[in-house]
Ligand binder design. Structure first.
Ligand code: TXA
Ligand code: MG
Length: 318
């Protein structure tokens, strides 16, 4: 049985003996291990059934630690760290020799972030090493935003979930790297492109495999429920085409009240995109347990966090 608890000492004890603990962050729960332990890191890949070509993010508690991990910390990266850390921003920086290749999938860069969650920051301060932590879900499945989601996935296989409640932001960090000193967003996430641009000016977005060979994790199929999922603009029309089906609806506005569908979840009723992001994965987990024929998600406005949510839903339909 997997222990679900707030016991920080227990979590440190487990991590110190090269085992894994799922940790809460403000984005999603992570499946964490000592970055310097090959044993622990291999367990992460094994438990997630994640291919080794997909690198892991290193979690730190202090900006000072960047110099232990990266050989360069460009000015724009420092500005972003100053504004957004602790928070939902992962910086891709040229790696130091001491960062194991298993973490970076052999790349010469390393992804680093300081999560904004009191319990996990405390844990990181208590440990003599940073934590590698991919989202705590099996490869390609929906990311967990509650301790119970993690337990459902790994019960019995994982020693402990450090229970930090519901993840406030609800979708993964935004990943920013640099190519010839120019900032590039490799993964849309919890911090919108607009917010990033307010700090460092124009950034390009290259968030698919073709555009971003440097971001090997940008898989087409990801964040997927077992139930067939569709992302559509016109809900009414789509439902008409599937009269006999048991449907779940993920909506984000109050415009559509009269669907003859019993399973409806509003990600937000006020058009608040932050609220929609924070509810997205738990709504998908819920829908996926209802034995539906299909989940139909209403496409969000394509700006700000709407863009990040559409990105996730798009991949969930593959
Ligand atoms: O919000 C988050 O970032 C969560 C929490 C737990 O911190 N973590 C997370 O990890 O989403 P994961 O492993 O599910 O996604 C990490 C992504 C992958 O797509 C991976 O390819 C990319 O980060 N990544 C990691 N290191 C990289 C690197 N050196 N270069 C390019 N992409 C990298
Ligand atoms: Mg993930």
């Amino acid at each position: 049985m997997t222990l679900v608890s707030k016991d920080l000492l227990k979590a440190s004890e487990i991590l110190n003996r090269e085992e894994l603990v799922a940790i809460p962050t403000e984005t999603v729960y992570g499946l964490a291990g000592n970055i310097y332990s090959d044993t622990a890191i291999k367990k992460i890949f094994e438990m997630k059934k994640r291919p080794f070509f997909n690198p892991l993010i290193v979690h730190i508690h202090s900006v000072e630690q960047v110099k232990d991990l990266a050989v360069d910390f460009p000015e724009k990266a420092q500005q972003l760290a100053k504004v957004f850390w602790p928070g939902s921003l992962t910086l891709i920086l040229p790696k130091n020799d001491t960062v194991p290749d298993l973490i970076t999938a052999g790349n010469n860069t390393v992804g680093i972030r300081m999560p904004d969650h009191a319990l996990t920051l405390e844990l990181l301060k208590n440990l003599p090493f940073p934590l590698a932590a991919p989202s705590a879900n099996p490869f390609t499945h929906i990311s967990p935003t509650k301790a119970q989601h993690v337990k459902n996935y790994f019960d019995g296989k994982l020693e402990m979930v450090l229970d930090g409640g519901n993840c406030a932001n609800g979708i993964e960090s935004t990943i920013v790297g640099f190519e010839n000193d120019e900032p590039v967003v490799y993964r849309l996430g919890s911090i919108s492109t607009e917010e990033i641009e307010k700090v460092i000016g124009n950034v390009s977005v290259r968030n698919n495999k073709e555009q971003a060979p440097n971001a090997p994790g940008m898989l087409e199929k990801h964040y997927s429920p077992r139930t067939k999922t569709y992302l559509v603009q016109d809900i009414t029309d789509f439902i008409k085409q599937h009269p006999e089906k048991k449907i779940g609806l993920l909506l984000h506005s109050t415009d559509h009240k009269n669907f003859n569908v019993s399973n409806v979840i509003y990600l937000t009723k006020t058009g608040n995109l932050k609220e929609a992001a924070s509810n997205l994965y738990s709504a998908m987990h819920k829908m996926d347990q209802l034995d539906l024929d299909m989940i139909i998600a209403q496409r969000l406005p394509n700006y700000d966090l709407g863009q990040s949510i559409n990105d996730r839903l798009e991949r969930a339909t593959k």
